[in-house]
Write a protein that binds this ligand. Sequence first.
Ligand code: PNS
Length: 161
Amino acid sequence: MKIAVCPGSFDPVTNGHLDIIKRASQMFDEVIVLVVINPAKKPSFSVEERVELIGRVIKDFPNVKVDSYYGLLVDYLREKNATVIVKGLRAVSDFEYEFQMALTNKKLNPDAETVFLTTASQHMYLSSSIVKQVASFGGNIDSFVPECILDDIKNRLMKDK
Ligand code: PNS
C-alpha cells in the first residue's frame, strides 16, 4: 500500500491545494493531507480550524484523510509507514525552497521520495497568502477557495463584507 503525505500550512486550503490533493488521490492508495504546525508562523486559522476546513473539502475522496503534526515531516512519514511526500510546484520561484526541503527530507529519511506535481495553469498565481491579502481588502475570492468553505473564509478574513 503506497501512502503519500501532502504537507503544508494550509492557512487556508485553496483550490490550488485541492487540485494537487485530488490528483495525488488518483496516484496513491492513501493520501494524508498534513497540517504541519510551524511555531514561527502566526496563522489566521488555528490548527483545528484548518483541519476542519480540509476535512470538508476532502469529504468526497474516500482515500484522503487529514491530520496535523508538530515535528519533522520525515518522522511523521515513518510513524505512518508513508514513503511519498507530494508537493505542488507553481513556478521557478517555488523551486529553490522546495528543492532544499526535498533534499533535506531525503537526507533525513532516504526511504522518502518527494514527488512534485505541476500546478494546474489556472492556479499558478494562487497561494494562501494571496487569498488572505485579497480577502482582507474585500476583494473577490470566490474562485480561489473551494465553495464549501468559502463563507467561513470570508467571515474570518473580510473586514468589510
Ligand atoms: O505550506 P508551507 O508553509 O510551504 O509548507 C511547508 C512545510 C510545512 C511542508 C515544511 O515547513 C515542513 O515540512 N515542515 C516540517 C518540519 C520539517 O520536517 N523540516 C525539515 C524539512 S525542510
